[in-house]
Design a protein around this ligand. Sequence first.
Ligand code: NAD
Ligand code: TYD
Length: 349
Amino acid sequence: MKRTILITGGAGFIGSHVLRLLVNKYPSTLFVNLDKLTYAGNLENLKDISKKENYSFEKGDINNAQFVNLLFEKYQFASVIHLAAESHVDRSITNPNEFIMTNIVGTTNLLNAAKKLWAGNYDGKKFYHISTDEVYGSLGKEGFFTENTPYDPRSPYSASKASSDHIVRAYFHTYKMPVVISNCSNNYGGNQFPEKLIPLVINNIKKNKPIPIYGKGDNIRDWLYVKDHAVAIETIFKKGKLGETYNIGGNNEWTNLELVKKLCQVMDIELGRKIGTSEKLITFVTDRAGHDMRYAIDASKIKQELGWQPSLTFEEGIVLTAKWYLENETWLENIVSGEYQNYYKKQYL
Ligand code: NAD
Ligand code: TYD
């Protein structure tokens, strides 16, 4: 292998799509997946690439600095793509501490290990930190998040991601570390843990269970198909300028209620049910505490400077997504049995 790249959080939703893309496309690069396998990490997501010669898995916790340092020594990583995180806003509201540990302390451990290994020789090195648009806060009806929008995180999740972004930037300015950051909007697609809106709704429709919509369902999100995010990550990893931030978005805003209604129609068609059947499951429930009203990304920088834009329309992506969950019934059933039941009861019942 010519070089070795560390991917953290590769057993999660986005990380597994990034790994599948890179492992298949760059056979002479070794990709090491470091993942703790929390409730959100699932090696089933990677079963099609797990036997490839240029893929290797290391189970471990980024919060363990000693372990992280040993891993950097063992593999002599040339670069890092850092996706490992606690990622669900609702869980951050009930248990913020894990978010502070993994998202802030874990990220700092990785930066320290890279700094130590690279020891000022940054030629060909890159530390790529994957972040979220939620660091920018909440928009009203007008406007978009640009790379210059001041940070205004409002949930423990987004505050922990904002902190990690600041630390990554501090290592660029203080130690000249070769960093790049991207902030992406909401992703959807196969392999997403069904605590997040779209797979949760698909699972509930399948089982004829109520579809919980927080508040009035008028909050707005900008949705991007996960494989398009993976390509954006590849693009930024290869061509992104050091010290820069790139916003990634789908230019695809939906209120939660309209999005869920659309998904109900798609599911009715896929399940051969009469149109309108699934919509009857919609149930309005207590709003999320501090619920951000609107996220919307201005993705013109990555388009103009790096030539990336989404390849799929939402119409295409949402049908592919519904089909994926219906075709991967065992994957879904394994996840929603066991611990998920406890989470669901605490969150919704
Ligand atoms: P996910 O929750 O599906 O996966 C996270 C992965 O990180 C899991 O495999 C988990 O086991 C691993 N992990 C968690 N804590 C760890 C630890 N302490 N040590 C090692 N591994 C650990 O998350 P995702 O949706 O794939 O998100 C990936 C990244 O992208 C995150 O940094 C998230 O903030 C960011 N992001 C996500 C979205 C989205 O819509 N999902 C949007 C923008 C940015
Ligand atoms: P989510 O998928 O958790 O992503 P994020 O909070 O990071 O944007 O939620 C997307 C939107 O859907 C958000 O406005 C909250 C809302 N939502 C519901 O209305 N009901 C639900 O059961 C969930 C999980 C989310």
